[in-house]
Design a protein around this ligand. Structure first.
Ligand code: ME8
Length: 515
């Protein structure tokens, strides 16, 4: 059973061979929004991200740059860390697969598989795509033996590999997916995997000869071979929990009892491109060593640019850090979270980015600035003593809608509900006409201003998972020490709070900037 007070959440560990782009940023921001939302509810969250640093792709990328692989790893891991800092990612650990601790856990893991008779020696003959780090059979290939996923040339390989008896776990895996309908969400991805598992599942090649791939973790039972980069990478989720102690004798390393650790993960957030590795390779490998499976896998959709796939060769890769420099961190986070329905694909265009930005500026930013200005102008900056219940039903309905959307990972819906509350509050201003009340009915004005303060307090909590930096700016302007939780936002007294004006939360920008 999952402990509702503790949750372990992961993103993929990104290849350290390329720069962070909006696809990586999306996954990481999505996971971050969940982490922040759960923490608001008092959940003890452990949020992991990191970089995937071994394998032929890294080796080749380093050679192309005239660098040692480790030099390139350090450089790129640094770039990912800096990117996440600038995008306000609140991860608890950044793992790198070149860390000694991880390499030791990989070796302990494959040793355990080996000792349990799960590994045999075989030979592999087929086609390999370095970019996707995966094998293809001849019938999958495109023209000129191109990789069917990325279109790059594949190479023919014939070599000795070690294989994991993955096929033995096919029935157990299908049963697990059928008995746990929410194990893979959304349903379309679950069906995709069940469809894939209707074909016989093969065994998994888990090693590469060191003569061809030097940059990897050597297998303890044959040092001439390194672990297949996907096996190495998936194990990161386990390493980060500290559940396995590779220095202990083999029967006391923790594989038999993980109850004192964070394992199993509560949620792996991934893109739809790496669904098979996470929902077939990873769970069967875990079955192979006798460890419990992750509790859930959330597989989101794909960002394209206009109607084209993002790619370096097309030169259309959207740089989240450039957007961030032009519009601010929270504008990027808001756009990515609000624009993509979790699970579906979405298209980046400068026009949509600006439209979403305008929503932040004109609806939320405008509400915050007019409410604070009116309290300053009419009540010397102090929220009056009055009932604050003018927008109560809208607030409680929004909180309930946001909660249930977040429980299904529909972050876009939770945020849409929050923005609707800001719209409702702006409508309330128009309806109540505080500028007329100021002259004609001061008691009504007190009620209006108190109610609007309460709505803004709720909005501060509701927007915090998406726009944490701006909400941290808004909170003190509303006379609060810090951003409240949803519950606090409802319970907090509004009367007597000293508000203060500040620069626009979301200053106006021009279309040219977004282009
Ligand atoms: O696959 N739209 O790393 P990776 C949405 N190292 N998400 C995207 C995206 C796009 N256009 N492009 C990338 C790897 N992503 C392995 C993972 S995990 C044990 C090892 C996101 O650098 C999305 O989350 O290719 C996708 O799954 C991930 O980046 C792939 O990152």
């Amino acid at each position: 059973m999952s402990d509702p007070a503790r949750r372990y959440l992961t993103t993929p560990i990104y290849y350290a061979s390329g720069e962070p782009h909006i696809g990586h940023a999306y996954t990481t921001i999505l996971a971050d929004a969940l982490a922040r939302f759960w923490r608001q509810d008092g959940v003890d969250v452990f949020f992991l991200t990191g970089t995937d640093e071994h394998g032929p792709k890294m080796q080749t990328a380093a050679e192309e740059r005239g660098m040692e692989p480790m030099e390139l790893c350090d450089l790129m891991a640094g770039k990912f860390q800096a990117a996440w800092e600038r995008l306000e990612i609140s991860h608890d650990r950044f793992i790198r697969t070149t860390e000694q601790e991880h390499k030791d856990v990989v070796r302990a893991f494959v040793t355990r598989l080996h000792e349990r008779g799960e590994i045999y020696e075989g030979s592999y003959s087929g086609w390999y795509c370095i970019h996707e780090e995966r094998y293809w059979t001849e019938k999958d290939l495109g023209e000129d033996n191109a990789c069917p996923d990325c279109g790059r040339p594949t190479q023919h390989l014939e070599e000795k590999n070690y294989f994991f008896r993955m096929s033995a776990y096919q029935d157990a895996l299908v049963r697990h997916i059928e008995e746990n309908p929410d194990w893979i969400v959304p349903e379309i991805r679950r069906n995709e995997i069940l469809g894939f598992l209707r074909q016989p599942l093969g065994d998994l090649s888990i090693s590469r000869p060191r003569s061809r791939v030097a940059w990897g973790v050597p297998l303890p039972f044959d040092e001439d071979h390194v672990a297949y980069v996907w096996v190495d990478a998936l194990i990161n989720y386990l390493t980060a929990t500290g559940a396995i102690d590779p220095s202990a004798p083999s029967d006391a390393q923790g594989f038999d009892d993980v109850s004192a650790s964070r394992w199993p993960a509560d949620l792996h957030v991934i893109g739809k491109d790496i669904l098979t590795t996470h929902s077939v390779y990873w769970p069967t490998l875990l079955m192979g060593v006798g460890l419990p499976l992750p509790r859930q896998i959330l597989s989101h959709g794909w960002w394209v640019v206009g109607d084209t796939k993002m790619s370096k060769s097309l030169g259309n890769v959207v740089d989240p850090l450039q957007l961030r420099d032009d519009f601010g961190t929270d504008a990027v986070r808001w756009y990515l979270l609000r624009e993509m329905p979790t699970g579906s694909d979405a298209s980046y265009t400068p026009e949509r980015f600006l439209a979403r930005y305008d929503e932040l500026a004109n609806v939320l930013g405008n509400l915050a600035s007019r409410v604070v200005s009116m309290i300053v102008k009419y009540r010397d900056g102090v929220v009056p003593h009055a009932a604050a219940d003018g927008l109560d039903s809208a607030i409680t309905e929004t909180m309930a809608a946001a909660r249930s959307a977040m429980a299904e990972y529909k972050v876009h819906e939770a945020l849409a509900a929050a923005m609707d509350l800001a719209r409702t509050a702006n409508g309330y201003v128009e309806e109540r006409q505080p500028w007329t009340q100021a002259k004609e009915s001061p008691d009504d004005l007190d009620h209006t201003l108190a109610s609007l303060t309460r709505a803004l307090t709720a909005l501060c909590a509701l927007f915090q998972p998406a726009t944490p930096a701006k909400m941290a700016e808004l909170a003190p302007r509303l006379g609060l020490d810090s951003v409240p939780t949803l519950e606090q936002a409802l319970a907090l007294e509004t009367a007597g709070r000293a508000v203060s004006k500040g620069p626009p939360l979301f200053p106006r920008v021009e279309l040219a900037q977004a282009e």
